[in-house]
Design a protein around this ligand. Structure first.
Ligand SMILES: Cc1ncc(C[n+]2csc(CCOP(=O)(O)OP(=O)(O)O)c2C)c(N)n1
Ligand SMILES: [Mg+2]
Length: 357
């Protein structure tokens, strides 16, 4: 198994030598030790509940505002998938990076970006993260370790691999958490990235959010091999599939994958089995699946309801206390929505600034 260079010891990006027969067995080694899914403490469940609820309420509000014509352009909601990014962020540390596609509002909030700045970007206002000129798919915060927000399916996989390369080059032990969808998993650059990441043992956790559907079809119809956690096999990259609707399972595998990468063994692939309740984007009537299927997921696997049940049952939290959390979260979202409607639009003089293409 290859080890990472010590801090500051690496002047060039030249990788460790190519895989040896010994290191080639890393996929099977990593796959063996299945982490037991530990119960959350009361504080962990409370934190996960609040964070997931913030994303849910934010997205519900964004959906409403889109319907009212206050948000233009593309808008892809993360409702149903909240446990994935919230569980993963529970294992992130200062200096780690997050990068994803266009279904990105949840990732930004989980990274600690301000709800006001995100909502104001959706409405194209000055106080938005891209000064109102980027919209839903194009927001960044280097300060919070969030590197976008990308509309080209799969593009973030190469960029996220590059972020991991930078970590390796700098000799730190940070990890790049690179998210992409089941549809994106069929893009060519994903595999070029896998090859380089494994060749150089880059600290990147590839998080495949398998919500069962791409833009207009299901993973089973579009993918020759739908077990996406096996997609790294040709490169000897370990991969595991977990229940992405259970925030505890997400955190457990996230811990294992991040440690694997921090210790110089990267990359690692996690296939999160998740589900989006809304259409692909606001204009998708979602005719490729039945209403019953959506209803069943909501009723039986909702990530927030699972935590709520534990808070009330195992942790003996009163329902009123949970209502108070919801009230707090709604206040944050309402304030963001208010700001997003009152903050001015960018000045006309901004038309040519920050334009690089
Ligand atoms: C290179 C490229 N091809 C096609 C598209 C159009 N497109 C946007 S999203 C999408 C589906 C992606 O599905 P998935 O990766 O499963 O992500 P999800 O929307 O389910 O989160 C497609 C084909 C695009 N934006 N970029
Ligand atoms: Mg998908």
């Amino acid at each position: 198994m290859a080890t990472r260079p010590k801090t500051g010891s690496r002047k060039t990006a030249a990788p460790k030598s190519r895989s040896t027969a010994k290191s080639r067995s890393s996929a099977s080694k990593a796959a063996k030790a299945d982490p037991a899914i530990a119960d959350f403490t009361k504080d962990e469940d409370l934190a996960a509940y609040r964070e997931m609820l913030l994303i849910r309420r934010f997205e519900e509000k964004a959906g409403q505002m889109y319907g009212m014509g206050l948000i233009g352009g593309f808008c892809h909601l993360y409702i149903g998938q909240e446990a994935v990014v919230v569980g993963m962020q529970m294992v992130a540390k200062e200096g780690d990076q997050v990068i994803t596609g266009y279904r990105d509002h949840g990732h930004m909030l989980a990274c600690g970006m301000d709800a006001k700045g995100v909502m104001a970007e959706l409405t194209g206002r000055r106080g938005g993260y891209s000064k109102g000129k980027g919209g839903s798919m194009h927001m960044f915060s280097v300060e919070k370790g969030f590197f976008g927000g990308h509309g080209i399916v799969g593009a973030q996989v190469s960029l996220g691999t590059g972020l991991a390369f930078a970590n390796r080059y700098r000799g730190n032990d940070n990890v790049s958490f690179t998210y992409f969808g089941d549809g994106a998993a069929n893009q060519g650059q994903v595999y070029e990235s896998f090859n380089m990441a494994r060749l150089w043992h880059l600290p990147v956790v590839y998080v495949i959010e398998n919500n069962k559907y791409g833009m207009g079809t299901s993973v089973n119809r579009a993918s020759a091999t739908p077990d996406l956690h096996h997609r790294g096999r040709s490169f000897d990259i370990p991969g595991e599939q977990v229940d992405g609707m259970d925030v505890r399972a997400v955190k457990a595998i996230g811990e294992k994958a991040a440690t694997w990468c921090r210790e110089g063994n990267g990359p690692f692939i996690i296939e999160m089995m998740t589900y989006r309740y809304r259409g692909h984007s606001m204009s998708d009537p979602a005719k490729y699946r039945s209403k019953d299927e959506v209803q069943k997921m909501r009723q039986e696997h909702d990530p927030i309801e699972q935590v709520k049940a534990r808070l009330i049952g195992a942790h003996k939290i009163a329902e009123e206390d949970l209502k108070a959390i919801d009230k707090d979260v709604r206040a944050v979202v309402n304030e963001a929505a208010e700001f997003a409607q009152t903050d001015p639009e960018p000045d006309a003089s901004e038309l040519w600034t920050d334009v690089t293409a």
